[in-house]
Ligand binder design. Sequence first.
Ligand code: HEM
Length: 413
Amino acid sequence: MTRSGMRGISRRRLLGATGAGAALVGAGAVAGFAAGESASEAPPDPAGEVVAFRGPHQAGIVTPAQDRLHFVALDLTTTDRRAVISLLQRWTAAAERMVAGAEAAPGGAVNRNPEAPPSDTGEALGLPAAALTITFGIGGTLLDKLGIPRPPELADLPPFQQDQLDPAFSGGDLCLQACADDPQVAVHAVRNLVRTGFGTTSVRWSQLGFGRTSSTSTAQQTHRNLFGFKDGTNNLKAEEGALLDEHVWVPPAQGPAWMAGGTYLVARRIRMHVETWDRTSLAEQESLTGRTKGVGAPIGQAQEFDLPNLAPDSPIGADAHIRLASAQNNGGARILRRGYNFVDGSDGLGHLNAGLFFVAFMRDPHRQFVPMQSQLARFDKMMEYIEHTGSAVFAIPPGLGDGGYWGRTVLEG
Ligand code: HEM
């Protein structure tokens, strides 16, 4: 998924630029396209801030990880399938507009009847598209509620040792992952979609993230997590098409038909006890991770992208995080990590409520995430410094072709 289009073109400039056109095509024209038209008809973005909304796979998975995240899990407040379909149609139209840098709905924040609430909340006026992607997912509980069989991959995760899961940060019938290079653009997207859902969905939990902890393209530098280590070095990358087919995208033969070209998302809210970590020696921190803190090289190697030596007698310990999580230790399983750091204030005990909002994409959570997390929960000494406090799994259907809306193939067969 490439970022193509218009760096720096703001919603306000789009409004201005289309003022005459809006007059020509009537009230409701925003950002160069009118209600009912698709964002692919929006004007081209000359400098790369608009990510294509439609394609074989949803955006926000192998899209080079943006700087900020707003993730929300929602529950249905109805089991009326027609109401759900209507919402998903409205969500798709709003998302497609916002990703193109437009307001959530025709009429926008200020150009409509002053006696009515505006159709966009307004806080992104004047901001660029900021590489916004909105990724849509379906939880197993939604399928249960609507009487649709769950794919086996969407079975609940087993409990893991040391889990401290809070139901207030777990599960959900639906999810929306908004990523952007501007936090306000991501929040605006989620807020407007949540608002559109009133009467059909309610928010179950939501999470803001910053400082992406994974790179998903070889062109990106590796950022650091809140333990101060480079995170995402040995991740699957957008350029590795064959590996993505092997580990991320659901092939048609796997089934069900509506998931071909889709993937599964595992989210884990992981609290990191940074104060305890910060009292640990550098040598211990590096040995727990299996990599050096400065360069991010595997212990015993010199450069970040040198291959770790995982032979039994290598200097990387048996309980080092990278050994336990490695494909070699997990029957060849790999995942595409796309997590973010978070700090949600403090815990009232003088500690930061900080951590990693772990997000990963894979073909089958039970063959990929489950073995990995079972190993980590039992043997990873890093577990002394972290606590898994939230968990959710969502089916991420494939990308939309022309005219389709999120969830159509699931709900209409
Ligand atoms: C707060 C929790 C976590 C922290 C601080 C953390 C940190 C790191 C760091 C620093 C690396 C080395 C750089 C890299 O290759 O990305 C790494 C690698 C990795 N982590 Fe984590 N991680 C956490 C949780 C998890 C979880 C829950 C999983 C999956 C169940 C996971 C899976 C992996 C994998 C697959 C690798 C690459 C291993 C390899 O080199 O083959 N991590 N992690």
